[in-house]
Ligand binder design. Structure first.
Ligand code: NAD
Ligand code: DAU
Length: 371
């Protein structure tokens, strides 16, 4: 039986990881450490079947005493570190929290791991898995090859720079102290429980409320999208089979321009609404309920500062070494995601009421259709 400390386990990817892990390894023990920032939601952990194996701790990764106490009291042998400030736009508006959580917070966990696993010599075979992002590699030109694990780091946003710093610290604790670490750098995730400030859930929620779909700049920026369950299967194979000290890129070989994704979401939602009259009654503000297409909501707004043009992951290493490949195609993943947001309206409404979504409207001046 493994005893995992999952940081950020009430956030989007972390909570999906907890569901995934408990479904696959019901005898393991999971201790979730989450500060429940605006992005964390305890409801994301509802419905976990084996909740006897779960402990939720409301606390901050910056709290060294708390983290060391958890290590000792709970005999932790594995850390899966998801906790972070994760939204690029917020990092542009206010980088300080990103420095604190993503850099100092990761360092606090590393210190605790070193103190408890190495210095006090508990003898527990251990693993520190750090969940990172492809944004550390910077931006690609249209014909550049996809990011490899050896691609030099060139982060462009405060968020990406904070994640890059944390990756370097994780590497240094392996090289200097011998901590058994692995790192994964993943591409854009989507799926259930994603906070509706990120592109895909924001568009779904806004279509259902008949609100504008803000496209930054020309909308031709490219991201490489992966269904969250596939990301977590990737983390799982690294935890089980990955070599300490190694980093693994996780991606879906699935590059899309933002504007094309938004059009796909419009099409799939319009089809779904037209198939069922009760949806039209439930979502009377949707363009479809007025006989229009959701694409009429597309609104080009000012571009994100320092906006990376293209990301693409080369997943060759995790594929050849660990046999990993994504299972969910993009269209089926987007359909599943749309269905989830239809079925969980109360979840996203309660979040959006208290969220900063007005910030989008305040900070991004509409500049009219340019595409
Ligand atoms: P998220 O913003 O949805 O969730 C972050 C979680 O961390 C929340 O539950 C929040 O409460 C918690 N948290 C934040 N600060 C904390 C602190 N100081 N102490 C304890 N808990 C804290 O993020 P996400 O999208 O699920 O991303 C999870 C991880 O995956 C991050 O490290 C992110 O950099 C990485 N990542 C995300 C994506 C993506 O597309 N979302 C892709 C690649 C990598
Ligand atoms: O690549 C991995 C990264 O993906 C993760 O490390 C980050 O945590 C995660 O937030 C995500 O970053 P992005 O900035 O790529 O995701 P976001 O959903 O914010 O934006 C996706 C693209 O869509 C990006 O090019 C910006 C654009 N966009 C986004 C929003 C929210 C818009 O055009 N309009 C919007 O309203």
């Amino acid at each position: 039986m493994k005893r995992l400390l999952v940081t950020g386990g009430a956030g989007f990817i972390g909570s999906n990881f907890v569901h995934h892990w408990m479904n696959n390894f019901p005898d393991d023990r999971l201790i979730i450490l989450d500060a429940l920032t605006y992005a964390g939601n305890i409801q994301n952990l509802d419905g976990i079947k084996n909740d006897h194996g779960l402990t939720f701790v409301h606390g901050n990764i910056l709290d060294l005493d708390l983290v060391e106490r958890l290590f000792e009291d709970q005999n932790i042998d594995t850390i899966v570190h998801f906790a972070a400030e994760s939204h690029v736009d917020r990092s542009i508006l206010g980088p300080d929290e990103f420095i604190r959580t993503n850099i100092v917070g990761t360092h606090t966990l590393l210190k605790a791991a070193k103190n408890c696993w190495l210095d006090k010599g508990t003898g527990i075979p251990h693993r520190f898995h750090h969940v990172s992002t492809d944004e550390v590699y910077g931006s690609l030109l249209p014909d550049d090859p996809a990011f490899l694990e050896t691609t030099p780091y060139a982060p462009n946003s405060p968020y990406a720079a904070s994640k890059a710093s944390s990756d370097h610290l994780v590497r240094a604790y392996h090289e200097t102290y011998g901590l058994e670490v692995t790192t994964s750098n993943c591409s854009n995730n989507y799926g259930p429980y994603q906070f509706p400030e990120k592109l895909i859930p924001l568009c779904i929620a806004n279509i259902l409320d008949g609100k504008p779909l803000p496209i930054y700049g020309d909308g031709k920026q490219i991201r490489d999208w992966l269904y969250v369950e596939d990301h977590n299967r990737g983390v799982r194979v690294i935890l089980k089979e990955g070599r300490p000290g190694e980093t693994y890129n996780i991606g879906g070989l699935n590059e899309w321009k933002n504007i094309d994704i938004v059009r796909l979401i419009c099409k799939l939602i319009d089809e779904k609404l037209k198939r069922n009259d009760s949806y039209l009654r439930r979502f009377p503000k949707t363009p479809v309920s007025k006989g229009e297409s959701s694409e009429t909501l597309i609104t080009h707004v000012a571009d994100r500062a320092g906006h990376d043009r293209r990301y693409a992951i080369d997943p060759g290493k995790i594929s050849s070494e660990l046999g990993f490949s994504p299972e969910t195609t993009f269209e089926s993943g987007v359909r599943k995601t749309i269905d989830w947001y239809f079925d969980n309206e109360a979840w996203w409404r309660s979040i959006m009421d208290k969220s900063y979504l007005d910030w989008v409207n305040k900070n991004y001046r509409e500049k009219g259709e340019t595409d």
